[in-house]
Design a protein around this ligand. Sequence first.
Ligand code: GTP
Ligand code: MG
Length: 588
Amino acid sequence: MNIVIVGHVDHGKSTIIGRMLADTGSLPEGKLEQVKETCRKNSKPFEYAFLLDALKDEQSQGITIDSARVFFKTQKRDYIIVDAPGHIEFLKNMITGASNAETALLVIDAKEGVRENSRRHGYMLSMLGIKQVVVLINKMDLVNYDESVFEKVKVEYSKFLGEIDIYPKTYIPVCGITGDNIATQSSRIKWYNEETVLEILDKFENEPDKNNKPLRFPVQDVYKFTNLGDERRIIAGTLETGKLKTGEEIVFYPSGKRAKIKTIEGFNQPDKMEIEAGFSTGFTLDEQIYIKRGEIGVNAKEVQPNVSTRIKVSIFWLEKKPMITKKEYILKIGTTRVSVMLEEILRVIDTSNLKTLQKKQRIERHQVAECILKTKKHIAFDISETIPETSRFVLVDDYEIRGGGIIKESLEDNRSKMRDKIFLRNNKWIKSEISQLKRAEKYNQRSTLLLITGEQQSGRKNIAKKLESKLFKEGRIVYYLGFGNILHGIDADLESEIDIKEHVRRMAEVAHILLDTGIILIITAREFTQDDLEIIKTAVDPDLIETIWVGKNVTTNINYDLKLDFPNSIENSLTRIIELLQVKRIVF
Ligand code: GTP
Ligand code: MG
């Protein structure tokens, strides 16, 4: 079981762990004597905390800087305990230390009482979703083991914790230095007859089984075999939650692509049929779908994740430079990295006292804020209430982690409706018995959408027609479809100009069907923007799209694969497009 010990600076966290290690016989032979000897030599009083504070810096200053991990055993099980630093400067290390914990011990000095980091750390635990909490009221010797002091601290702290939804299992009066109520019952604190710290830990449950949650498999990498004829692709990653079984249908988000698990691959070991949460693995699919690092695989029969570009989040900010609007940051969630901006701050909370500061324009260091983030590309995630594992993220700026948070809500963006339609379409799509791969082998080409766009009068249509003829003569299966052909047919019911997005969506759906037949589809349209392309990519596999800009000036923000300057001889343009098709292995 993973435990983290947190609390205000100097309230006795390291001492309590040192005592636990000593009293459970978990220290290496002679370690205790060795540390005592070192103290004697340097004529400084021995501290149990020295057993923990391994780093030199920490010993000389008597504080914990980085989180230390130590191991100890009881009769019931093995524990890993993370000693988190209590000083505000090291809040980031405290969060790192706590992020894997299943249980937390919150330490409060009986004499000093509840201090700002007692609250701040409590708040962080609640954000990280750590619900199994015990409060240790330490240094009881300094208050004459007085029950009324214990009660007073308990009342004050439980009121605070209640406001952030933490309900500790219990409060224990302890004395770190002498070990009272840690591993053994105290003879000095007579009025307390409940469990010791170790007894209560042994009663805790290991984290509610991650295996029982819906499957979440963030894709780490896709390995392709280079051997001729070996078309296998192995999708690799670690199961965040749930179980993975061969034969089950997996949907990948945000793309919404689906296929069945064919084999689970082991490295130099027999193949397995099933993998559990927490394990890393690789698997192959029954069909070649193109997916990339960053997608999340989920079981088609279970609760599906959210996909959006707008999220409501709780953020904690750790950097001196405040978090501001109109600046790009990197958001990392699971295996995805995406550019993100702060759209709006709803409220800022001072976690040391829970005061809410309204109408703030920026998030200062150590503050927590509820806000809306807008990502550049859509991301797949869950909300913290349902699956915390896939709701957590960190914010990066200048290659450093500057903050982190959890997603509370998925908000609508301008493509929500369209995405829903496409996920449903994929879900209901009746798959052909003939796979894309078989078609590609038969036709000697990979089905592709060639999007030829550019300024008016740039000659796109002419290029498209000639390209169609040339490819046809070479024996390719190719079709040229002008945007106008859709406008007056399939789109006849739409009032033109009004809903350009809907025109583009329908065109993309037509393209999606035609691409499924295995053909090379050429579409021309005037001045497509990146936004238009994003709509097309929602409906059509982005790996099947090649964008060609015709004309000297690029008048939109589109990211193209090939640019043909104008004027340019037709022959030369065709050669360059065909080169592109060869390089991308679309024709072979
Ligand atoms: P940081 O890691 O810096 O946040 O501090 P910490 O919470 O780990 O505190 P640490 O264990 O280093 O203890 C701080 C001081 O409190 C040390 O001098 C300890 O000897 C003292 N201390 C710890 N527990 C007790 C106790 O039960 N009684 C008394 N009197 N002193 C204690
Ligand atoms: Mg410490």
